[in-house]
Every structure is written in C-alpha cells, then in structure tokens.
Design a binder for this molecule. Structure first.
Ligand SMILES: CC(=O)SCCNC(=O)CCNC(=O)[C@H](O)C(C)(C)COP(=O)(O)OP(=O)(O)OC[C@H]1O[C@@H](n2cnc3c(N)ncnc32)[C@H](O)[C@@H]1OP(=O)(O)O
Ligand SMILES: CC(=O)C(=O)O
Length: 527
C-alpha cells in the first residue's frame, strides 16, 4: 500500500497559540510544503473558519501543486441531522478538493459527554458522512479523535469506529493521540491489539500524534514500525498546545533511519530551506536546536568531538547534514581544543593546520578570553581577526589608530535624550577629530567614526549596524561584572558579520566590537 505523508501545518499547525496565517501566508506555506514533496496538504476547515473558506477558493486558481493533493478538513455531520442538510458537510464539498479529512469521535466518553449522543448515533454520523462524501467523488480520510485513549478505555468501540469508517469507504483510518499523552510502547500495543482484533492490514491506518509527552515523533515512528503507512505532522512541529509531530523529523527518520523513500527524489534536501521559510511566514524564530533542520543540529562545541570530526565527520554526526540541506558547524569556545580551532579556521578559509605554534596560541588565547567573558561562538569575524593576527601574514591593518574617544549623554528639559561622541583618530597619517550625535552612546560613537573615516573609506556608507546585543555577565573569581556586546554589521552585498567586545564598561565593550566590525568590513581583501 502506498505510503502517505500528510501535512497539517495549515490546519493543526494553525491551532498553535500566537500563530495566525493570512490567506496569502497559507498559499505561500502550501507552495513550500509542495516543494518539500508531501503527498497531502490539509489546508484548513472551510465553513468553520472564513479565512480557510477563502483559502480553498483562491487555491483553485492560485496553487499549482506538483506533488501534493489539497485536503479540506471538517467534522462528521451533527447528531440528529441528515448529512445532506448539514451546512458544515456542504462547506466541505464546496471547497472542491479531491480529498477530505473528517474528524470523528472515537472515544465513548467524548461521544456521551461532549457530543451528548449515543455510540450508535456517532457510528451513524461517521458512516453517513463518509458515504456521502465518497458518493460525491471525494477521497476520505477519517481522523479518529482521542483514538488511543478511547481504545484503552473501550477497545470494542474503537474497533467499531474503524470498521464503520473503512466500510463506508474511507481510504485510511487515522488513529489520533489527540491529548498527546501516549508513549511509543502504548501506541504500539494499541495498534497491535486493533490489528489482531479486526484481522486487517495496519497499512490502512494513519497516525496523528500531538506532542504533549514530547513523544509525537517517536509515537509516529512507532506506529510506522507497527505497520501504519500514513503519517501526519506539521512543519517544525507547530500545533495545538505543545504541538504536533514535526513532519521534518518524521520524514527524515523514515527516509534515513528506516530506509523508506517517502518523499519524491531530491526533496529531502529542501528541508532546511522549507523549514526556515515557513518559520519566517509564521513569524516564529526558527528553533536553532530543532532536530535535523535547526542551525545547531550539526554544530559541535566540545573539543573532543572536533578532534574525531577531523578524522571523519560521520564519527560525530548521526547523518550527513547535507542530505537534509543542513551544514555542520564547529563552534569555538572555552570547550575548544586545537582540533576545533583548526576546523573552524578551515571553515573560514584559513590554514592553521600548517602552523602548529599559531594553532596552540590561538587555542590558548580563546580559552583565556572566554574565561574573561568573551564569546566567539557567535562572533566569527572577531575570531577570524584573532586567527589572522597569529598567522604569518598578520591580521588586516586597523583602518585607524585611536588617540581618544569621549561620549556624553545629554538629558534635555523636553525629555529628549541625546548622545554625542567625539573621536580623535589617525587615518592614513592624518589626524582627524570628528563629532556626531546619536540616539545612544554606541550609535553616536559609530556615527562619529563614520564622519572621521568616510572620506578615506567611502564604502563605510554601505555598512549598517544590523543588531546589537548586550549581556551583563556575573563576575567570577572575585572580579566585578563585565558586559559582553555582540554587534552584527551588514552591507548591501548581503555580507553580514558579527563581532564581540567585553569590558566592565558597556561603552568600551561596544567600542571593541565596533572597531573589530570596521576592521573586518574594511579589510582590503574581504575576510
Ligand atoms: C482535535 C482537533 O483539534 S479537531 C480540530 C478542531 N478545530 C477547531 O475547532 C477550529 C475551528 N472550529 C470552529 O470554528 C468552531 O468550533 C466550529 C465552527 C467548528 C463549531 O462552532 P460552534 O457551532 O459554535 O460550536 P462549538 O465550537 O461550541 O462546539 C462544537 C460543536 O461541534 C460538535 N462536534 C464536536 N466534535 C464533533 C465531531 N467529531 N463530529 C460532529 N460534531 C462534532 C459538538 O458537539 C458541538 O456541537 P453543538 O454546538 O451542537 O453542541
Ligand atoms: C484531528 C486532530 O487534530 C486530533 O485528534 O488531534
């Protein structure tokens, strides 16, 4: 039976607190999911959510999906109502998708207490709705809500729901862990028991796992190992409460661990791009530590890791990062050894391997500086300048030498606060005194330096201070607190680079980061 990858980013994913898609967002996410190669995209609940009705209307002309089938989601008919007269069911047909997913109650406690009807009427609701939609030419998937809880409570009723849905023509019966409370062993036990009880192929089942025990991906994989051949999930695990099974981790595990080619050729490598693009649309910062797709998924900090990676990257990576479109990164911190520093330098295009003394000096220097509060992990440009200073060719010359700087903060009677900075510097043999105002001391210093330097370095006009982060670090070993500043600079060519400065005084810490930023950015040979 064909394996089905069913994405519900636009339905269950949209149930995440704080996430709201516009119709245009939904169309863009659907295109991305299609590029990732999922087989089904559940677009929302037409008739219940006006935006979803509109999404399906526009999808008809604006989406040209290559891999995926669009699915409209809704509920079984209401109790005591004829299916043909149920406006929600009508709305599902009006969405004009080839496939429909129906949520159906599968737990007697929900039937009796939430639906306030009988088990027999709920089975009739399932039968009538599936039958009606199939007769209207739809492929129908039935999501058995609270299936696992319900089955553990009353297995005979859970089995009756499955039989009813499949007999009425449902293509797959999706077993839902709606409250997300299952563990993998419990998922396996229910599927085995259900399969034995009904004597049917578990490939007819699907799995939809919420993540309340942080086991959604594991539960999904357990279901597949028990024979299920339809998996549901969402991009980056977005969803109701803690979320849903992360479709990226599910698919990568299936392809790379279980050897099941569930995506079209070449699509797995789109993962990181698609994951980040969807995060961008959802306006949620990508989770750096997300398995497979996170920027830190293959980032190595420990010196011992790096020393083995130098021999063979796979010694410390569970898969080759490039198969999911990710990269391995070496982080240089206080935990670095010589191998980490050498590999990181190589990543930056510098050869420390043939200068063992320089390698030792840089490693020692990194450890000393990190002990004093510096952090090179996110400040590649400062690290690169440090490495270059130890190489025979030396670091790029500072674009100026400092005589002094001074910063004033003026609180004005009208409530305005203005900073003013004066720098006295030597640029190419010339003494320059420059003054500028800014909205803060660092901005004023940056402006004053630009005033003083731009005549000699016109490209400075193109530099932009993109981000500025300050962290106060507790003093250790009896020293006072220090301030660490991370400065991100960018230019119009798309280059961006981060520098670090540390000092008890925040302005001086910022100054160090600023000087590194200009030195790096103005280096004659781009570094
Ligand atoms: C497990 C899941 O996450 S499934 C997805 C859930 N998603 C959503 O709920 C998002 C969209 N929902 C909505 O916009 C609204 O809840 C609507 C339009 C569906 C319903 O709104 P309302 O008519 O105001 O009803 P309300 O939300 O209060 O209650 C749901 C109704 O559906 C009924 N219902 C619940 N589950 C089912 C089901 N599986 N099959 C049929 N009817 C159901 C309830 O009994 C209740 O009926 P009642 O109004 O006759 O008591
Ligand atoms: C259908 C669904 O989202 C659930 O049961 O969790």
């Amino acid at each position: 039976m064909t394996f089905q990858v069913f994405d519900t980013t636009l339905r269950d994913g949209a149930q995440r607190e704080g996430l709201t898609y516009s119709v245009v967002d939904k169309l863009a996410v659907a295109r991305l999911l299609d590029e990732f190669g999922v087989g089904f995209i559940e677009g929302g609940w037409p008739g219940a959510v006006p935006k979803d009705t509109e999404f399906f209307r526009r999808a008809r002309t604006e989406l040209d999906l290559r891999h995926a089938v669009l699915v409209a989601f809704g509920a079984t008919r209401k109790a005591g109502v004829s299916v043909a007269d149920d406006p929600q069911v009508r709305a599902l047909l009006d969405a004009q998708t080839t496939a429909v997913a129906l949520v159906a109650k599968a737990d007697t406690r929900h039937v009796e207490r939430a639906l306030r009807t009988t088990g027999a009427e709920n089975l009739a609701m399932i039968h009538d709705t599936v039958d009606h939609l199939v007769r209207e030419g739809r492929r129908v998937f039935v999501d058995g809500e609270h299936f696992f809880d319900g089955y553990r409570h009353d297995p005979a009723y859970g089995a009756a729901v499955v039989q009813t849905a499949l007999a009425a023509g449902a293509e797959r019966m999706v077993l839902c862990d709606t409250n997300g409370g299952m563990l993998p062993s419990q998922v396996t036990a229910v599927i085995r028991d259900l399969t034995d009880r009904l004597g049917i192929d578990p490939a007819l089942f699907g799995i939809h796992a919420q993540n309340d025990t942080a086991c959604a991906v594991a539960n999904t994989i357990a279901a597949v190992e028990a024979g299920v051949r339809h998996v549901q999930g969402t991009a980056n695990g977005y969803g109701e409460r803690p979320g849903n099974a992360d479709i990226f981790a599910v698919v990568a595990n299936l392809e790379l661990k279980l050897g099941m080619p569930v995506l079209p050729e070449g699509c797995l490598a789109q993962m990181v791009r698609v994951s980040h693009a969807i995060a961008e649309i959802a306006n949620i910062a990508p989770d750096t530590h997300q398995a497979y797709a996170g920027a830190a998924a293959f980032a190595h900090k420990a010196g011992l890791h790096a020393s083995a990676i130098k021999v063979d990257p796979l010694l410390y990576n569970h898969v080759d990062p490039s198969v999911v479109g990710n990269d391995m990164r070496i982080l240089v911190t206080e935990m670095a050894g010589r191998a980490s520093v050498e590999l990181k330098s190589r990543e930056l295009g510098l050869d420390l391997g043939s200068s063992p003394d320089a390698l030792t000096r840089v490693t020692k220097r990194v450890k000393e500086l990190e002990a004093g509060g510096w952090s090179f992990e996110a400040a590649d440009a400062s690290f690169e300048l440090l490495v270059r200073s130890e190489l025979p060719e030396g670091s790029p010359a500072r674009p100026f030498t400092l005589e002094s700087y001074r910063v004033l903060v003026e609180h004005r009677e009208d409530g305005g606060v203005v900073s003013e900075a004066t720098v006295k510097i030597r640029v190419r043999g010339e003494r320059v005194i420059a003054t500028a105002e800014g909205n803060g001391p660092v901005n004023a210093l940056d402006e004053a330096l630009r005033v003083g330097l731009t005549r000699h370095y016109p490209q400075l006009r193109d530099f932009e201070l993109a981000d500025y982060k300050v962290r106060i670090l507790e003093g250790s070993h009896g020293t006072g607190a220090v301030t660490r500043v991370l400065l991100e600079t960018s230019d119009s060519s798309g280059r961006d680079w981060t520098t670090v400065g540390v000092h008890p005084n925040v302005v001086e810490a910022s100054w160090h980061a600023l000087v590194d930023a200009l030195t790096y950015g103005l280096a004659p040979t781009p570094v």
